[in-house]
Design a binder for this molecule. Structure first.
Ligand SMILES: Nc1nc2c(ncn2[C@@H]2O[C@H](COP(=O)(O)OP(=O)(O)OP(=O)(O)O)[C@@H](O)[C@H]2O)c(=O)[nH]1
Ligand SMILES: [Mg+2]
Length: 239
């Protein structure tokens, strides 16, 4: 299980977004971090990275958000992005039943690989298309409960539920981190940004990186995008 860097009241968490292609993963992240939305689908290749700083009840929280590619051909890259994660957001499109099945597959894989301590959120996205809904609300919420996840109804387009989704996950990651610190006698040492294993993610200062053109919707961002995380040399993003 991943732990987080937790020093001087700062929390550094890694969040990974997973889900089928075109469900709106990139849109959710861009809405949250930049408050932008693009009607066009620009397929994410490999993954993209953005960061966000929060202040939750006086605690400073740095989120490293990895937005992965949904296309099946990139599935095998999943572990590169989800290992060491403190939280995962599994996104489906409420108008696409298959995309919910994909969420279930990811949950199975994550629980198998990372155990039960990973904080999970499931987002039923595109709620502005309620009339075309194909995924039953009760079934989705019951499933989330059964696997220990929190379920959210989101619309990246209309900016509904996005803030709540990330805030709730952040609060749960804080609780998990605090529990771990208590369990280790309050001596949780400085670990890598976002993970205990400490060998997966390179986060370079924003100013050194540029957005990968094909990586996500929208433009004009100071945030960063990259392909594969490479080594254990970590530096906090300045976003
Ligand atoms: N109506 C509606 N469309 C949305 C919403 N969120 C995303 N979309 C659209 O859905 C399409 C796919 O969005 P993306 O965010 O690129 O999807 P993705 O999951 O990142 O796709 P991949 O990168 O290929 O895995 C785009 O055309 C978006 O404009 C939403 O809340 N409502
Ligand atoms: Mg994408």
């Amino acid at each position: 299980m991943a732990t987080s860097s937790h020093s001087k009241g700062n929390y550094n968490f890694k969040i990974v977004l997973l889900g089928e292609g075109c469900v709106g993963k990139t849109s959710c992240v861009l809405r949250y971090v930049e408050d932008t939305f693009n009607d066009r689908h620009i397929t994410t290749l490999q993954a993209s990275f953005l960061s966000k700083k929060l202040n939750i009840r006086g605690k400073r929280v740095n989120l490293s958000i990895w937005d992965t590619a949904g296309q099946e051909r990139f599935h095998a890259l999943g572990p590169i992005y989800y290992r060491d994660a403190n939280g995962a957001i599994l996104v489906y499109d409420i108008t696409d039943q298959d995309s919910f099945q994909k969420v279930k597959n990811w949950v199975k894989e994550l629980r198998k690989m990372l155990g039960s301590d990973l904080n999970l959120a499931i987002a039923g996205n595109k709620t502005d298309l309620e009339k075309q809904r194909r995924v039953d609300v009760q079934m989705a919420e019951d499933y989330a409960k059964a696997v220990g996840a929190h379920h959210f109804h989101t619309s990246a387009k209309q900016n509904k539920g996005i803030e709540e989704l990330f805030l709730d996950l952040s609060q749960r990651m804080i609780n998990t981190s605090d529990d771990l610190a208590r369990a280790s006698g309050g001596s949780l040492g400085l670990s890598s940004l976002g993970g205990a294993r400490g060998n997966t993610v390179t986060v370079v200062d924003d100013s050194q990186m540029s957005r990968e053109k094909s990586g996500c919707c929208g433009g004009g961002s100071s945030s960063v995008v990259t392909g594969l995380p490479v080594d254990n040399n970590l530096a906090a993003s300045s976003q």
